[in-house]
Design a binder for this molecule. Structure first.
Ligand code: ZN
Length: 62
């Protein structure tokens, strides 16, 4: 498995795994992926925030 942000092999790290609420009625969660450390997790979150910021009217119901 690779870091969802930088693509490093997680076997060489103490990885951080993230789940995200899908917004479904049952509070379902889906795995976002693993990160090799919190620095990558933080960088990924910031990138995701930028994506959401440019698509603020996006809706899962489309
Ligand atoms: Zn990484």
């Amino acid at each position: 498995m690779e870091c969802a942000y930088c693509g490093s092999d997680l076997a060489r790290y103490d990885p951080v795994f993230v789940e995200e609420a899908t917004g479904g009625p049952d509070g379902e969660r889906e795995s976002v992926g693993g990160f090799c450390n919190y620095a990558c997790l933080h960088a990924w979150v910031e990138d995701e925030a930028l994506v959401y910021g440019t698509a603020c009217e996006w809706s899962p119901d489309g």
